[in-house]
Design a protein around this ligand. Sequence first.
Ligand SMILES: *Cc1c(COP(=O)(O)O)cnc(C)c1O
Length: 359
Amino acid sequence: MSRVYNFSAGPAVLPEAVLKQAQAEMLEWHDSGMSVMEMSHRDKYFMSIAEQAEADLREIMAIPSNYKVLFLQGGASMQFAMLPLNLLATNKKADYIQTGQWSEKAIAEAKRYGTVNVIASTKDSKYTTVPAQASLPTSTDAAYLHYTPNETIVGVEFPYIPQTNVPLIADMSSTILSRPVDVSRFGVIYAGAQKNIGPAGLTLVIIREDLIGKAMDSTPVMLDYKTHATDGSMYNTPPTYGWYFAGLVFKWIKNLGGLKGMEAINRRKAEKLYAAIDGSSLYTNPVEKSCRSWMNVPFILANAELDKAFLAGAEKAGLTTLKGHRSVGGMRASIYNAMPEAGIDALIAYMKEFEKKNG
Ligand SMILES: *Cc1c(COP(=O)(O)O)cnc(C)c1O
C-alpha cells in the first residue's frame, strides 16, 4: 500500500488516523454486531453515534445553544436553493457578496426566488481579492446577507467577518473547522462535508433557531429547515456513514487541540507554502496577500508549457491532484485540515527541485 499526498479540492484527503479507525470498526461497530452502514438510523447504536458527533461539533465550534445543527444531504449546492426558499417568504430581497464561482452559483439560484442585490463584487479583479470591509454597507432592508468566506477555486478568503444588521449566511464548505470562528455572528453556516469534514454525501447546516419555520408555502418538505430541525435530521434516512465519519473527524480535531490547535497547524502549513511560492521565480500566486486562502493555494508556473512536466513529476513523487481549476490554470494545492505538514514539506521540496531543473 502506498498512500499519496492528495491535494484534491474535494472530495479531499481525510485524516489517516480516522480512516484507520473506521477500518478497524468497519465490520463491527463496538459491540453492535454490525457495521455502521448496516444500522437502522433509529436504533440505540446509531443514536449514540449521532448524538456524540453533534456534541463534539458543538464543543469544538462553541456553537451557542440557540442554534440547531442539521446533518443533511444535497451538498452545499442544495443550500443555494434552500436558503432563499426558507428565508425569502415575506421579505423577498437578499444581499449577496460576489467573490468567485461559488458565490456566483449561490446568486444565480437565489434569483429564482427573489430579488438579489449584489452589494459587492470582485469580478473585475478576476476574483483575486475580497471587498474592503469599509466598502460594505452595514445596514440593509434585505432578509439576509450571503457570502463565501473562502472561494475554493481561486483561493481567496475573507480576513474578516462582514458587519451587518441582518442574518449573515456563510458558505463555509472549504474553510469550516480550519480555525476558531464566532458562530454567534452568523444566522446560518453551511458546508458540504467533502472538503474539511468527511466523505461526500453529508452537508452540515448550523442555523439560528429564529430562522427556522419561515419557509415559503411551496417549499418541498425535504427543503424546509423546520422538517429537519424538528426531527433531529431524521425525518428520512440521514447520511448515516458520513455522519459517523464526521464524528470521528470531530474527535480527531478535539485531540489536536480543537480549532485553536488546527489554526496553528494550518497557519504554519499555509505560510510555508506561500513563502516557497513568493521566494521562487517560477511560481506565482495571483491572490492579494491579505486575503490568500489557508486551504486552497493556486500557483501558476511562469511558463505554462511546463505544466505537464510539473504534474507528471509530481505524480511520480506521490503528490497528486495538483492540476489547477480550468478557469485559473496552473496548479492548485488544497491543503485542508487532513493534509499533514509532511505533505506540504514534500510538495515544497518537489517544487524547488523542479525549479532548479527548469527555472
Ligand atoms: C465545493 C463547494 C461547493 C459545492 O459543494 P457541493 O457539496 O458539491 O454542492 C459550494 N461552495 C463552496 C465554497 C465549495 O467549495
